[in-house]
Design a protein around this ligand. Structure first.
Ligand SMILES: [Fe+2]
Length: 404
């Protein structure tokens, strides 16, 4: 028996050069635009020229959005009576724009609507019309209905969430990714791949998200290293832009898993890029999930899903499930090594932090979608391995013997 709901942006405009339509698209919704951006000045200038026919106010988003950033941008939007918002840049700018669009029509302060660390009030009114224009290929924030916001005094990141927060239009132009530096390409791309794999194996997975996730895994598996090694490879950039967008659709409908469960407290307390956390932990979480599923009578379905991912990433359709699962773990670990993803220890995360991080991770929203229940000790081992990183990160469990 099947039962599911499915959300996405009402309109996705995808393709090389499609940014040129931004003026026409924004004018459909209003006359005064608030652009929240990060990334290159060249792209911001290009957008300024595209919006020359309407009033524009630019706000720069520095780093990942925090409560104060959102409240400040909302005040600017009110002051200039903006009726359209554009989020331009990486996931940080897009999530900030999403939250600002929601607050401009729902009123109040950012913390009023935040899960876990705020009042958790519902977004009940449609957000101000907003357009998402991603420049990095990673979070898929252009098509999700939650904005991740940091609360510095609590050293925690949490979401504002609601169906009213979905963008009116997502403009995904792969050419905007051409100048993204290799380390950002690597971390963002591993975030996308991780989101695709976690949503494919999530307890919330469904038939629509399965199809999209597997297409995304194939795209990211075939193109991430190419985009990292040659930033001008536009075919690779296009494939990654599509994979990232698909990951946003699948995560917002299917949920994620233990990697993102651990990423929430780690990202709140330590200055580590989200995609680096994903890359460092993904092989170890897969290994832990496989071990737990092997000892669970209902775990066969989970094992079969990891095997499917392994076949796609290795291009080896002939592999049986045990060999394909080993291929899956080796592929994600090997990719992180080829992308020169540093271990988490490089960011000040130490073994002494493990108990606190694991305890917080168990309460995070992503953890409940992990395909199997992981013990506290199992999560602690995952995190210790992510802290130590290479060479163990590169190829954990090469024999597959741990779960056979
Ligand atoms: Fe993510």
């Amino acid at each position: 028996m099947r039962k599911f709901e499915f959300y996405s942006s009402s309109r996705i405009v995808f393709g090389r050069g499609e940014i040129s339509r931004l003026g026409e698209l924004a004018a459909q919704f209003g006359k005064s635009v608030l652009v929240i951006h990060n990334g290159s000045a060249a792209i911001a200038d290009r957008v300024r020229q595209l919006l020359v026919a309407i009033r524009v106010e630019f706000v720069r988003q520095k780093g990942e959005p925090r409560v104060d950033d959102v409240d400040r941008a909302v005040a600017i939007g009110r002051q200039h009576r903006c009726d359209v918002v554009i989020g331009l840049g990486g996931g940080s700018a897009i999530d900030a724009a999403k939250a600002v669009a929601g607050l401009l029509t729902n009123g109040g302060q950012t913390t009023d609507y935040m899960e876990v660390v705020g009042k958790g009030m519902k977004i009940t009114r449609p957000a101000l019309p907003w357009i998402a224009v991603p420049t990095t290929a990673g979070t898929g924030a252009e098509v999700t209905r939650n904005a991740v916001i940091g609360v510095p005094e609590k050293q925690f990141k949490a979401s504002i969430r609601g169906e009213h927060l979905v963008a009116k239009v997502a403009v995904v132009d792969p050419e905007l990714g051409l100048n993204v530096p290799p380390d950002v390409t690597a971390a963002s791309g591993m975030d996308a791949l991780c989101q695709l794999i976690e949503s494919y194996t999530s307890t919330g997975a469904g038939p629509v998200t399965d199809a999209l996730a597997m297409q995304g895994v194939e795209l990211a598996g075939g193109s991430l290293l190419k985009a990292y090694q040659n930033g001008n490879d536009l075919d690779a950039r296009e494939n990654m832009a599509l994979a990232a967008m698909l990951s946003g659709i699948t995560l917002s409908n299917a949920g994620l898993g233990a990697v993102h469960g651990l990423a929430a407290p780690l990202g709140g307390k330590f200055p580590v890029p989200h995609g680096v956390v994903c890359a460092a932990l993904l092989p170890w979480v897969i290994q832990a999930n496989v071990q737990a599923a092997t000892h669970d009578p209902a775990g066969q379905k989970v094992l079969h899903r990891y095997a499917q991912v392994g076949r796609v990433l290795s291009g080896r359709n002939d592999l049986d499930d045990p060999a394909a699962i080993s291929a899956c773990i080796q592929a994600v670990g090997g990719l992180a090594r080829q992308l020169n993803i540093p271990p988490l220890g490089k960011f000040g995360i130490q073994d002494q932090h493990v108990p606190e991080m694991v305890s917080l991770a168990r309460k995070s929203s992503s953890m409940r979608y992990n395909p199997v229940a992981l013990s506290e000790e199992s999560l602690a081992e995952v995190l210790r391995n992510g802290i130590a990183g290479s060479p163990r990160q590169a190829a954990p469990d090469q024999s597959g013997a741990a779960w056979r």
